[in-house]
Design a protein around this ligand. Structure first.
Ligand code: FES
Ligand SMILES: [Fe+2]
Length: 345
C-alpha cells in the first residue's frame, strides 16, 4: 500500500537530486510530502529510504554512518542500506517491525531518479533521456537548484509556455519581440508533449551573443520536451538563416521539477552548449540562467500561486489564450494518470 499522497502521480520517476549531491553525508530531502534520506554506500550505490526511525521517529539523517549502516541518533538502532535493522544496542534480539522503507533509485546522466510508487512497476527504460547534456570534450554540465514556493504544476505552466520570455525575462534574455514573430506547435505522443517555437530569419538570438554578430540573420528555435509529470528538456538553438540546425549554436537544458510538498517544489536545472569549453562562457551562462530563474521566473510563479489562496486551479476558471495549450494539456495528462492510479487501488 502506497503512503505517498494520491494528489501526486506515484508510479513514475522523479528526480531526487543530482548524482553529485548524493555522497558520504546523509542528505535529507522532502519528496512528494515525505522526508527521504539519500546517501551513497561504499560500493557507489545510492540509497533512498524514509528519513524516519521506526522506533520514536527521529530523522535518520541526524544519525551517524557506521560503514554503510546508519546509527539512529536517539537510541542507537542501526539500519543497513536495505532498511533492515541490523543492531539493537539493548538486546541481541532485533525489535519486530524495525525496518525502514526503501525506494527504487536509478542513476543516469548525472541524475538520481526516485520511484515513489509500486516497486514492481519501476521500469528504468521509461526514464527520460538526458544524455545530450554530455557533449564530447566538455566536463559535467552546469547545474543549478532553485526551491520554489508553488505547486509543481505552476512550474510546468511556465516552462511549457515560453511566450512568458517576452514579459518575464526583460532583464536577461528577453526576446525583443521575436516570440511574436514565431510559430508555435504542440505535439503529443502518449504522456510526452513537445512544445516547439520556430522563429526564422530574425537577428541573432541572445544565446549566440559574443559568437554571432548581433545583426546576423538567424533561424532560432526553442523546443521543449515534457515527460509526465514534470521532466523537461529544452533545446535552445540558433543558426545562420537557412543553414542546417546542427551547424548552429545549441544549448541543451534540463528543467526538472519534483514536488517537495503540495505547495513547494524542487526545481533542478542543467545546461550544456555545443561550443568549445570555456570557463568565462560557462560563468556567463550560469549567471544568466540563475538570474533568469531566481530573479524573474520564481517571483512571478510564486506570486501567481500564492494569489489563488489555496483555491483549486480549475475552480478558479483560468481563461485561455492559445499559447498556454502545453501547460493545459500537461495538467490534463497528470489528472488522467492520477485518476488511473486511484481507480486501480
Ligand atoms: S528513535 Fe531511533 S532508535 Fe529510538
Ligand atoms: Fe522563464
Amino acid at each position: 500500500m502506497n503512503e505517498f499522497p494520491d494528489s501526486f502521480v506515484r508510479n513514475t520517476w522523479y528526480m531526487a537530486g543530482f548524482s553529485h549531491e548524493v555522497g558520504e553525508t546523509l542528505l535529507r530531502r522532502k519528496l512528494l510530502g515525505r522526508a527521504i534520506l539519500l546517501y551513497r554506500k561504499s560500493d557507489g550505490v545510492a540509497v533512498a529510504m524514509n528519513d524516519r526511525c521506526p522506533h520514536r521517529f527521529a530523522p535518520l539523517s541526524m544519525g551517524d554512518r557506521d560503514g554503510d549502516t546508519i546509527v539512529c541518533r536517539y537510541h542507537g538502532l542501526t539500519f543497513d542500506g536495505s532498511g533492515n535493522c541490523v543492531r539493537n544496542p539493548f538486546a541481541d534480539k532485533l525489535p519486530r517491525g524495525a525496518c525502514v522503507q526503501t525506494y527504487p533509485l536509478v542513476e543516469r546522466d548525472g541524475i538520481v531518479w526516485f520511484w515513489p510508487g509500486d516497486p514492481e512497476k519501476a521500469d528504468a527504460n521509461t526514464i527520460s533521456d538526458f544524455s545530450m547534456l554530455f557533449v564530447e570534450g566538455h566536463g559535467a554540465p552546469l547545474t543549478g537548484y532553485m526551491p520554489m514556493a508553488a505547486n509543481y504544476e505552476y512550474g510546468t505552466d511556465n516552462l511549457l509556455d515560453l511566450s512568458h520570455i517576452e514579459f518575464v525575462h526583460r532583464g536577461t534574455f528577453a526576446g525583443r519581440g521575436v516570440i511574436f514573430a514565431g510559430q508555435h506547435e504542440l505535439l503529443q505522443e502518449a504522456n510526452r508533449l513537445q512544445s516547439n517555437w520556430w522563429m526564422p530569419n530574425i537577428s541573432a538570438p541572445p544565446h549566440t551573443a559574443g559568437i554571432y554578430p548581433p545583426d546576423m540573420r538567424c533561424d532560432h528555435w526553442l523546443d521543449m520536451r515534457w515527460d509526465a509529470p514534470a521532466t523537461m528538456y529544452l533545446q535552445v538553438g540558433g543558426c545562420p538563416t537557412g543553414a542546417p540546425r546542427d551547424s548552429g549554436i545549441i544549448n541543451h537544458q534540463a528543467h526538472i521539477l519534483t514536488p517537495e510538498t503540495e505547495g513547494t517544489t524542487h526545481y533542478f536545472w542543467a545546461s550544456t552548449r555545443n561550443l568549445p569549453p570555456s570557463p568565462e562562457g560557462d560563468a556567463m551562462v550560469h549567471g544568466l540562467l540563475s538570474a533568469a530563474f531566481n530573479d524573474e521566473d520564481k517571483p512571478v510563479i510564486e506570486a501567481a500561486y500564492r494569489n489563488l489562496d489555496g483555491e483549486d486551479f480549475w475552480q478558479a476558471q483560468p481563461c485561455f489564450v492559445g499559447i498556454d495549450a502545453g501547460g493545459t494539456r500537461a495538467r490534463r495528462i497528470i489528472e488522467t494518470l492520477r485518476k488511473g492510479e486511484k481507480d486501480a487501488l
